[in-house]
Design a protein around this ligand. Structure first.
Ligand SMILES: [Zn+2]
Length: 249
């Protein structure tokens, strides 16, 4: 097996269907966000599995989990990538479109450290103070990669769903991906309470379209220590989990 194939085989993507259980999320026509996110996440997982990427879902049934628990599970599994899938709602029910959030700097500084302390996840044999610095370095790199992934995700959604729904890549304090040590993004696929978009999101064909967009945003091809350059965003100084093998999903 050559190095590129080895890199591919070892890549683990954690897909997080937002909400679940008592936390139903936004309400759409005849269904809730928790059902839409699970339907899309399941489709993303199927597509990635076909491309020989190892995928795990944070939930495969209707259960209540906090975002912190979801990220902690991804950290514990040493995931290479974390993608949380959500659907939106707006007070006026007039908003529509898709957007992608990246890990925020505030999340890195405050919640990342808090999570590490909460879960007693020590680095064996390393001075605790130095371990904290290493945590920050890792998260800094992950944050750049998250921004890169978010840009790809948004482009991919635009190809599938049309430019008019493009709300852009965002960062804000309400969408921190608490303590993620891997590149992590949160995708809001559309507005469930919009009279037209909400109905679309309930359709299997739209869910499949969104899954195709999310799956094809996986950063593969031409990056990292084994590949020639070719990244689009200028973040090439960060190498690691990028895999130089092209796939189609
Ligand atoms: Zn949500």
């Amino acid at each position: 097996m050559n190095l590129a194939l080895l890199a591919m085989a070892s890549q683990l993507v954690v897909i997080d269907p937002g909400h679940g259980g008592t936390n139903a999320g936004a309400k759409g026509p005849g269904l809730h966000e928790k059902e839409v996110t699970l339907a899309i996440a399941t489709r993303v997982a199927e597509r990635l599995a076909k491309a020989n990427i190892t995928v795990e879902l944070t939930r495969t049934d209707d259960r209540t989990m906090t975002l912190r628990q979801r990220v902690a599970a991804a950290n514990a599994r040493k995931a290479d990538l974390f993608i949380s899938i959500h659907a939106n709602a707006s007070p006026t029910r007039t908003q529509r479109g898709y957007e992608t959030f990246v890990l925020s700097a505030r999340g890195v500084d405050v919640d990342g450290r808090a999570l590490r302390t909460d879960t007693q996840e020590a680095r064996p044999g390393i001075d605790p103070d130095i371990a904290l610095v290493l945590d920050d370095v890792e998260r800094g790199a992950a944050q750049w990669e998250s921004a890169d992934l978010a840009a790809r995700m948004q482009r991919s959604l635009k190809e599938q769903r049309g430019a008019e729904g493009d709300r852009g890549v965002r960062q804000d304090a309400h969408h921190v991906l608490l303590g993620a040590t891997m590149p992590a993004v949160l995708v809001e696929v559309g507005f469930l309470d919009h009279p037209i978009e909400g109905k679309e999101l309930a359709l299997p064909e739209t869910q499949d379209q969104l899954a195709a967009a999310i799956a094809s945003a996986q950063p593969v091809g031409g990056r990292g220590p084994m590949g020639a350059g070719g990244g689009e965003s200028g973040f090439q100084m960060f190498v690691g989990w990028y895999c130089p093998v092209s796939i189609s999903v």
